[in-house]
Design a protein around this ligand. Structure first.
Ligand SMILES: Cc1cc2nc3c(=O)[nH]c(=O)nc-3n(C[C@H](O)[C@H](O)[C@H](O)COP(=O)(O)OP(=O)(O)OC[C@H]3O[C@@H](n4cnc5c(N)ncnc54)[C@H](O)[C@@H]3O)c2cc1C
Length: 397
């Protein structure tokens, strides 16, 4: 593996400079930061379009589909800066770019490719992912949403959970088209325009009190066959093979670097017993320990991008590397998110707006966001199973 990223330093500096042109301190505000959802979404749409114009939104897509043809390592460099600076609509915050586009490139009809890929690359449309259901999370193939063929249409009925469908234009959906087939073999991928009759989106309050999540209720939603992606009943396999856009965990690594730097600053300025926290050797040791873990996570993540560039996707080594980096990057970010509140005690759990909130409630938001880190995109337990089974060839339980 090539450990020298210096060739990307000018590009990194260009992205950093652009971030400073957007916000004086060079950082985009967190998801809501006291703003309404509409304001946060408006900024995301504006930023997406600007990234699209600069060729950064889909830099890692092949040139023939409107991308920049970047290597996966260059994409990982961009994702690291984007997550560190909090640029909205990048990395995990854009399933259109990371999942839908790459799937359509392989399995989409020519008409779908012409209709959707350029609009995603220009940052014109926002997608959500309607995969999980109340009874299908880790065991996603157990999904129960039904799509029944009716002439040139499918009628779709079911419930999807943990998606972000309030302000989107399209939902990328998995539904069961053959209930009699073995569970992995009767699933199909669909493109669902958000405002189709029969689609109801209900907010779910998260632990932080935010309506970031939604429940999607589908009642006999009529979708034309032209919105089936790829082959009917092959959706499970398509979903599995199209996830190789950029599999490193730079989104967690970049965000974790910002968390670590903020905690170090906090340790210098926040006082306990008349002394800065940094005077306490235990605090210094914990920050040092997490810095070591973060550096490990960073290089494990770059290794994944490197293996992708080497064409190693699908090998046991790649499965092991991808899951290792997911476990380590997410768990490191989670440990950092929790340390903030541990350092300052109960004041850390005061929300933005409280006169006593530390860092205007930033620690509180980080703390409540921590549990989701090791659930999203496949839980840590599932990643460990993959490392043992696919990575080392150990038997399934
Ligand atoms: C931040 C975040 C973003 C998300 N975004 C989306 C999204 O955009 N679209 C979408 O469709 N979904 C999304 N999800 C849902 C996510 O994919 C699921 O939460 C995840 O797959 C786990 O499913 P579950 O919550 O049903 O838990 P379950 O699968 O019920 O798991 C419960 C617990 O059991 C453990 N477990 C389950 N099976 C095994 C096993 N075989 N071996 C060992 N342990 C096991 C799990 O690790 C977990 O600890 C998101 C979730 C989060 C937290």
């Amino acid at each position: 593996m090539e450990f020298d990223l210096s060739a990307y330093a000018p590009f990194q500096a260009e992205v950093e400079a652009w971030c400073r042109s957007q916000h004086q301190n060079g950082f985009f505000p967190p998801h809501r930061a006291g703003r309404s959802r509409a304001e946060a979404t408006a900024e995301k749409r504006r930023v997406q379009r600007e990234l699209g114009e600069r060729g950064w939104l889909c830099g890692g897509w092949p040139v023939e589909f409107g991308g920049g043809g970047w290597s996966k390592v260059k994409q990982a460099v961009f994702n690291e800066v984007a997550a560190y600076r909090g640029i909205p609509g990048t990395g995990r915050d854009n399933v259109g770019v990371s999942t839908v586009g790459p799937t359509l490139m392989i399995y989409g009809s020519p008409a779908q490719q012409v209709e959707f890929l350029p609009r995603i690359a220009r940052g014109e449309i926002i997608w959500s992912q309607g995969y999980s259901e109340p009874n299908a999370g880790s065991d996603l193939a157990a999904l129960e949403t039904r799509a029944v063929a009716a002439g040139d249409f499918f009628l779709i009925t079911g419930t999807k959970v943990w998606n972000h469908s309030q302000d989107v234009d399209y939902i990328f959906l998995l539904a069961r088209t053959d209930p009699a087939a073995p569970k992995h073999r009767g699933i199909t991928q669909f493109i669902l325009p958000r405002h189709t009759p029969g689609v109801t989106v209900r907010p779910i309050l998260d632990a932080y009190g935010d309506e970031r999540w939604t429940l999607l209720i589908l009642e006999e939603v009529r979708l034309p066959r032209t919105l089936v992606v790829g082959e009917v009943n092959r959706g499970w396999y398509q979903a599995a093979t199209s996830l190789d856009f950029e599999r490193s965990q730079m989104a967690y690594v970049g965000a974790a670097r910002r968390t670590l730097e903020t905690l170090i600053q906090l340790a210098r300025t926040h006082q306990r017993g008349g002394q800065p926290l940094a005077a306490d050797p235990v605090v210094r040791a914990r920050l040092g320990e997490l810095a070591v873990q973060l550096e490990g996570a960073r290089w494990l993540s770059y290794r994944v991008a490197f293996l992708q560039d080497q064409g190693q996707v699908g090998t046991p080594e790649f499965s092991r590397a991808a899951s290792l980096s997911k476990v380590w990057a997410c768990e490191t970010q989670q440990r950092l998110q929790r340390l903030g509140v541990e350092l300052v005690g109960p004041l850390g759990l005061l929300s933005a707006g409280s006169p006593w909130a530390v860092l205007d409630g930033w620690l509180d938001e980080e703390y409540w966001g921590a549990p989701g880190t090791t659930l999203a995109g496949g839980t840590s337990e599932i990643q460990r199973n993959i490392i043992a089974q696919r990575g080392f060839g150990l038997p399934r339980a």
